[in-house]
Design a protein. Structure first.
Length: 354
C-alpha cells in the first residue's frame, strides 16, 4: 500500500491527543487550585470541579477515538460475513485511526476484487465447459441411438471436443500452479528456429480444428498466415522449453483470434544482450489493444474490449506473464503502427552460471 502523504509528521496522532488531554487536565486542576487559594474557596469544591472538568474533556476526546473504532468493528464484521461493499468513512483522519481506516478499506477492495474474480472464473469456466460437453454428449447420443455411425469422422468430432476440454483443464492446472508458486524451472539450451516452428505448426493445426468445429462464424481463423522470423537462423536460447511453449502458444492463439480474415501473424525472435537471452515478438494485423487497457491486459480474467467477446477465460495472458516471470523476464505491449505487438524478453543464462 502506498504510504499516506505526511504520515510521518503525525501532528494529530493519538499519542499527541492523549498528551494534550493530560496537559489540559493538569492546567485546569492547577488553575482551579490557584483560584481556591486566592478566593479562599474550600478545597473540596475545587476538587469536584476539577474532576468534572477533566471527565468532560476526557469524554469528548474518548468519543472521538471510540466512535471510529465502533464503525471499523461494524465494517469488519460485515466483511467477515461476505459483505465486501462496506467501507470505513474515517479514511480522511490524520492519525493512526485514519491509517487503520485506509488499511481496512484497501483490504475490502482486495477482497471484493477476489470475490468478483472468483465469480467470473466460475462463470467463464462454466461457459467454456458447457459448449464442448454439450457437443460431445450430442455426438455420443447420436452414436448410441443409431442416428450416426461410429465412423472416423464422428470420432474426430468427439476427439476435438475432448481436446478442448483437456486444454481448459490444463489452463486451470496452470492457474493452480501459479497460485501455489511451486513450479520448478527446468531451463536448458535449445535451437530457436525448430522449436518455434513446432509451436507455430501446433497453433496452426489448433486454429484449423477450431474453425472446422465452430462453423462459418470463425472459419477465417484457419486462413490466418503464420510467419516465423528468426535471426540469425542458428539462434539458440536458454529457457524452460515447456513454459516458453505456454507463452508463445497463448500469444499466437490470441493473435489468431484477433486477426482479420486472411491476416498475418508474425513471430519474431532475436538474440538478447546476454548469453542465451532472447527477445520474442508476436505481431498481428488486428485492431490492437487500446492504450488505456495495456496496463491490465495481463491481469487474470481480463476480457476487455480488445478480446471481441471471444468467450475465453481471460487467463491466457496472465499465465504467459507468470511463465515469463519465472524466467526473470519481462512481457508487455510494445508500440506498433498496425495491430498488436507483444514483446517478451528472457534473460538467458544467469550470471552466476555464465
Amino acid at each position: 500500500m502506498t504510504p499516506r502523504p505526511g504520515a510521518g509528521l503525525r501532528p494529530f496522532s493519538i499519542k499527541t491527543k492523549l498528551g494534550t488531554l493530560v496537559v489540559v487536565s493538569v492546567f485546569i486542576t492547577t488553575g482551579l487550585l490557584m483560584v481556591a487559594l486566592r478566593t479562599e474557596t474550600e478545597l473540596r469544591f475545587i476538587t469536584v470541579f476539577s474532576v468534572i472538568a477533566s471527565m468532560l474533556i476526557t469524554q469528548f476526546v474518548a468519543h472521538g477515538l471510540t466512535a471510529p473504532l465502533d464503525e471499523m468493528n461494524t465494517v469488519a464484521r460485515a466483511i467477515s460475513h461476505g459483505d465486501y461493499t462496506r467501507r470505513v468513512s474515517g479514511a480522511g483522519r490524520r492519525d493512526e485511526l485514519g491509517d487503520l481506516a485506509v488499511t481496512i478499506n484497501s483490504m475490502a477492495d482486495d477482497l471484493e476484487a477476489v470475490d468478483r474474480h472468483r465469480k467470473e472464473l466460475v462463470a467463464n469456466v462454466s461457459h467454456e465447459l458447457r459448449t464442448p460437453i454439450a457437443a460431445l454428449r450430442a455426438v455420443l447420443e447420436n452414436v448410441v441411438d443409431g442416428v450416426s455411425a461410429a465412423d472416423p469422422e464422428t470420432m474426430r468430432t468427439a476427439l476435438k471436443q475432448t481436446e478442448r476440454l483437456g486444454g481448459l483443464v490444463e489452463t486451470l492446472l496452470d492457474l493452480s500452479r501459479l497460485d501455489n508458486g511451486v513450479v520448478p524451472l527446468r531451463a536448458r539450451r535449445f535451437e530457436v528456429w525448430p522449436y518455434l516452428s513446432g509451436v507455430l505448426k501446433e497453433a496452426g493445426l489448433a486454429a484449423g480444428r477450431r474453425g472446422l468445429a465452430s462453423g462459418s462464424g470463425n472459419h477465417a481463423r484457419a486462413d490466418v498466415h503464420l510467419h516465423l522470423d528468426v535471426f540469425p537462423p542458428e539462434l539458440t536460447a536458454h529457457a524452460d522449453a515447456e513454459r516458453l511453449h505456454q507463452v508463445v502458444a497463448n500469444l499466437v492463439d490470441n493473435a489468431i483470434k484477433h486477426s482479420p480474415p486472411h491476416g498475418r501473424v508474425t513471430v519474431r525472435a532475436r538474440r538478447g544482450e546476454r548469453p542465451g537471452s532472447l527477445t520474442l515478438e508476436v505481431l498481428d494485423e488486428g485492431p490492437g489493444i487500446p492504450e488505456s487497457e495495456r496496463y491490465r491486459v495481463f491481469e487474470r480474467f481480463n476480457r476487455g474490449s480488445a478480446t471481441g467477446g471471444d468467450g475465453g477465460t481471460g487467463l491466457g495472458l496472465a499465465i504467459a506473464r507468470w511463465a515469463v516471470g519465472l524466467h526473470g523476464g519481462d512481457i508487455g505491449v510494445a508500440e506498433s503502427s498496425r495491430g498488436c505487438r507483444i514483446r517478451v524478453t528472457l534473460p538467458g543464462v544467469p550470471k552466476a552460471a555464465g
